[in-house]
Design a binder for this molecule. Structure first.
Ligand code: WT7
Length: 670
């Protein structure tokens, strides 16, 4: 601990504050005390073969791996980037997540307590029922010709059939691509055009809070768009929730079938395909600094091991006594790793929730915690801040006595939200696992361990086993000791992405070209005198709105798709609940006049092209944008204008026309 003087600043005080794990947590933990963590961490780096073999051997493999356990090149100067783990091995993640538990006699254990959007709507799915569901979906997929290596797109709400359909694809060696149900038809079509599936699995429609979401109608439109651009999907499987007659959408004869007619009657037994460890498992599209989302590709063996070990050590899941609840949707990586795969690989019982934390009121989460006696609760800072804003009474009216561990993911958690989560939600007895990781990393990278790591509010703390971070300056020099800079990772870990689907060059360009030999995370960070890592946010053109990752370029290209918008520049401004919100500067075609109606149209365009969650909060009319003489937009200047900090513009000597700044300041709020 750094020596804290009497006159330390408020910020310093919050940094030096440490929260030690309660004895009850330490006693049952897989890793005990900081020294327990350090020993295992050292071993994971000095002898990765033995460390990872030991972890992997807790799962079932059809064929063992050869040595070394990891082969790789991360330095583009030495040839193409490649990463392989468990070479020569064969396994199946669906067998490990589902059948293995049934074979171990745990068929009657609850896999999912499903809680619907509306109170009182619930289902329970045991491991045996899950296995039968997976096998029947698999037999349907096989009946329409899906085989190893084929892509299947899933566009669903969070019903048990969603993780089941993911595990189904894995069972037969197909590659799933889950598209979050908040994406628009156009965004879904883009993703379908990239992965060219022959089958799409969806839900008729569902309620999110008080709002109906017409999933099937969105699929219909997306398939029409994709057909217009040259790719035809021949089969759509639809789970009936809300009737189509209420929510919209239609059934196309010969293409669309309902769950009832196509799945329910299938035999409930289907063999697994044993897959090479490096076979693709799934694609998940995420935003980067260019307009086109990239298909992050994860492979079977390494991802499976990463998902299992992190769920086990970070949440200290004890399958018999724990009820685990991660609030993420399976449309994001958190739902892949910490809903579908991690907990099932451990045979855990979990809650999955289709609704939103504020419906019917802000007490919903705690009512669910009490109802199912949830012991581990994992959510995002944006949800914590939104619930904090509604006041403590919604929390304290429930007991929450079952909770013993809390988690946070998606963006840096501000110390105030951390403290409220710790004191009010967790009653001061539940350690918070602030887990830093990314779609690309597949599983937790920098995170506390419950029985080992003293916590600091707002800090992701220390690297997980096998993860070797470094902090670089802008020139790429490794910094030592306490420092601030760019976060990179020095060697591969098992659940690392292997490529951008269909574009290995883009993979190399995005993650391995800025700093040779390192994986570039896109995040900035600070390392303190305890060696703890504090994530400071993205250093590239990626926004984080309510934990949703959105590229500035994606929003800009959606805006300029409107006929009267000639140019747009998007920046983030701080937002009390969402973390960041989207602020767009828009230049109109000569002759077009700004108006409130046009502002609404522009926002509607973004909703249509990407999805409602990417809608800008502010449209700022911009007759001109601040550009360098070479034509590059100076976002730094725009950020200051958006934040009303134009008195802190810094050096603007490279601006081609400095007068645009004053012009923009005058138009703010107009
Ligand atoms: C970006 C990755 C990882 C699953 C959800 C988001 C930010 C994520 C934290 C955290 C600070 C965090 C980073 C990262 N982020 N978790 N605990 N503390 N920042 O996945 O959409 O791929 O976004 O989210 O900026 O790069 P994603």
């Amino acid at each position: 601990m750094s020596d804290a003087g009497d006159q330390k600043t408020k910020e310093q005080a919050s940094i030096d504050d440490k929260f030690f794990p309660p004895d009850a947590i330490v006693e049952r933990a897989y890793v005990q005390g900081l020294s327990g963590y350090k020993d295992l961490y050292e071993r994971s780096l000095s002898d990765p073969d033995s460390f990872w073999s030991e972890q992997a051997e807790t799962l079932t493999w059809h064929k063992k791996w050869s040595s070394p356990i990891c082969k790789y090149n991360l330095n583009i100067e030495n040839g193409p980037v490649n990463i392989s783990w468990f070479d020569g091995a064969e396994t199946n993640i669906s067998w490990n997540a589902v059948d293995r538990n049934v074979e171990a006699g745990l068929g009657d254990r609850v896999a999912f307590y499903w809680e619907g959007n509306d109170e009182g709507v619930e289902r329970t799915v045991t491991y045996a029922q899950l296995k039968s569901m997976v096998c029947r979906i698999a037999n349907y997929l096989k009946s329409v010709g899906v085989k190893r290596g084929d892509d299947v797109t899933l566009y669903m709400s969070l019903v048990p059939e969603l993780p089941a359909a993911m595990a189904t694809c894995a069972r037969i060696g197909a590659i799933h691509s889950v598209v979050f149900g908040g994406f628009s038809a156009e965004a879904l079509a883009d993703r379908i055009l990239d992965s060219t599936p022959n089958v799409v699995i969806t839900v008729s429609g569902t309620m999110r809070g008080p709002k109906p979401i017409p999933l099937k109608a969105i699929v219909d439109e997306a398939l029409q768009i994709s057909e217009g651009k040259g790719h035809t999907v021949h089969h759509v499987l639809m789970l009936e929730q809300l009737p189509l007659s209420d929510v919209g959408g239609s059934m196309k004869a010969g293409r669309d079938v309902t769950w009832r007619e196509a799945v329910d009657s299938q035999p409930d037994d289907c063999p697994v395909e044993w897959m090479p460890a490096e076979a693709p498992l799934f694609k998940l599209y995420t935003s980067g600094s260019t307009g086109k989302p990239k298909g992050v590709l994860h492979t079977a063996g390494g991802y499976m091991v990463g998902a299992m070990v992190t769920t086990k050590f970070v949440f200290d899941v004890q399958p018999v006594s724990d009820v685990y609840w991660c609030t993420a949707d399976c449309g994001w990586i958190t739902g892949h790793t910490y809903v579908t795969y991690g907990p099932l690989l451990l045979g855990a019982t979990q809650v999955i929730f289709e609704g939103v934390p504020t419906w019917p009121d802000a007490g919903r989460c705690w009512s669910i915690v009490d109802k199912y006696k949830v012991t581990i609760f994992y959510t995002a800072p944006t949800a914590i801040r939104a619930l904090h804003a509604r006041g403590d009474a919604f929390v304290t009216r429930y007991s929450r006595a079952s909770l013993r561990l809390l988690g946070s993911v998606g963006e840096p958690i501000n110390p105030e939200a951390w403290r409220w989560y710790y004191e009010v939600v967790g009653g001061g007895r539940c350690p918070i696992m602030d887990t830093w990781w990314q779609t690309e990393t597949g599983s937790h990278m920098i995170t506390p361990l419950p029985g080992a790591t003293p916590l600091k509010p707002g800090c992701a703390t220390l690297p997980f086993f096998g993860v070797e971070p470094a902090v670089l300056d802008e020139k790429g020099n490794e910094l030592q000791g306490p420092c601030e800079g760019i976060l990179v990772i020095k060697r591969p870990w098992p659940s690392m992405m292997r490529t951008v689907a269909g574009d290995h060059k883009r993979f190399e360009q995005t993650y391995f070209s800025a700093f040779k030999g390192y994986y570039f995370t896109g995040d900035g960070c600070r390392r303190d005198s305890d060696g703890y890592y504090w994530i400071t946010g993205r250093v590239d053109d990626v926004l984080n709105v309510s934990g949703h990752r959105i590229g500035t370029a994606e929003v800009e290209s959606a805006l300029v798709s409107h006929p009267v918008c000639v140019e747009a520049a998007v920046v983030a401004v701080e937002h009390a609940i969402k973390g960041q919100s989207i602020y767009a500067f828009v230049t109109l075609m000569t002759g077009s006049e700004p108006s409130d109606a046009l502002r609404k149209e522009l926002i509607a365009t973004v909703r249509k092209v990407i999805g409602p969650f990417a809608a800008p909060d502010v449209i700022h009319w911009a007759p001109g944008l601040p550009k360098t003489r070479s034509g590059k937009i100076m976002r730094r200047v725009l950020r200051k204008i958006a934040a009303c900090e134009e008195d802190q513009l810094g050096d603007t000597s490279t601006l081609a026309d400095p007068s645009v700044v004053q012009q923009l300041v005058e138009l703010r709020g107009k």
